[in-house]
Design a protein. Structure first.
Length: 286
């Protein structure tokens, strides 16, 4: 069987060298499947504890997924990139490449809004909310090697496979608040420590349930259709037609549609993420 420790370290080394969304799930159910390092307003510091789950085949638990971070209807959202992930057409990446190709500094700056960015998604148990079952923790790759993965890897190197069901280790995440130059507060992962070796659970049935859970990150993080990405690339606001069960787009009283339809209803799945464009480790689940 493959060795998870070797797989994780090989993945990390490869990415270090290169640095120089599920159907049928309600919004309430979906929210419980996100693990976020986010301190609520008015809280200056805090701590979270998670256990990374082992993969069935011994591969790395850190899945590499590319997203665009853009504003849609004034809200920051993360949109799955079909180009980097699946080798398919990506309208937002097309805009990025077209702007870069002009050679103008102003266009290069604008292009950064459309650049796909690499994230890691890892399956975890939130020790503070075990009743929610397995969750998924998404965080950015950090080209400065100062990100969340960069804080986890030294633990892996020193202590071995921390996902081991019998002798793995919980991660203790220390959080604090910081501010941008403009005064906006955001959450920072200060340090990640490790606990003593413990079983994933003292309850064998509970351990089996977590380890055999077949849910994947793609069941939780929404993947929008290419028509949706095209509308965003054109600067339009896609909205959900509750009768036609599809996205439409347009502004004001006159509504253009993708594939027909007239009724508009703003999608409530997206919420404001004022921190998603910042070079910090905090990440909201949208």
């Amino acid at each position: 069987m493959a060795n998870a420790l070797d797989a994780v370290l090989a993945q990390y080394e490869k990415n270090t060298e290169s640095r120089s969304g599920g159907d049928g799930m309600t919004q309430e159910q979906r929210l419980k499947k996100y693990f976020t390092t986010y301190l609520p307003k008015g809280t200056k510091s805090g701590q979270s504890r998670v256990r990374i789950l082992p993969t069935p085949d011994g591969s790395s638990p850190f899945k590499e997924v590319w997203f665009h971070e853009v504003q849609v209807d004034g809200k920051w959202v993360k949109l799955y990139d079909p180009g980097k992930n699946d080798g398919e057409r990506s309208p937002l990446t097309e805009v990025y490449e077209e702007l870069i190709s002009t050679g103008k500094e102003s266009d290069k700056k604008l292009a950064m809004q459309y650049r796909p960015r690499k994230f890691y998604i890892v399956k975890v148990v939130d020790r503070d909310n075990e009743e929610d079952g397995v969750k998924f923790w998404r965080f950015k790759d950090n080209y400065k090697q100062e990100g969340i993965l960069d804080k986890i890897i030294p633990i892996w190197r020193a202590k071995g496979d921390i996902t081991d069901a019998g002798e793995g280790r919980d991660l203790i995440i220390e959080l604090s608040k910081s501010k941008t130059n403009s005064g906006i507060e955001y959450t920072v992962v200060q340090t990640i420590m490790y606990d003593d070796p413990t079983p994933l659970s003292e309850d064998n049935d509970q351990m089996k349930e977590w380890m055999e859970d077949e849910m994947t990150w793609s069941d939780v993080y929404a993947q929008r259709p290419v028509e949706y990405l095209e509308a965003v690339a054109r600067g339009e606001t896609p909205v959900w037609d509750s009768e036609l069960k599809k996205f439409v787009y347009g502004d004001g009283d006159e509504t253009e549609t993708i594939g027909g339809g007239t009724k508009k209803e703003v999608v409530t799945e997206t919420v404001e993420d004022s921190q998603s464009k910042m070079e910090v480790d905090e990440d909201l689940p949208f």
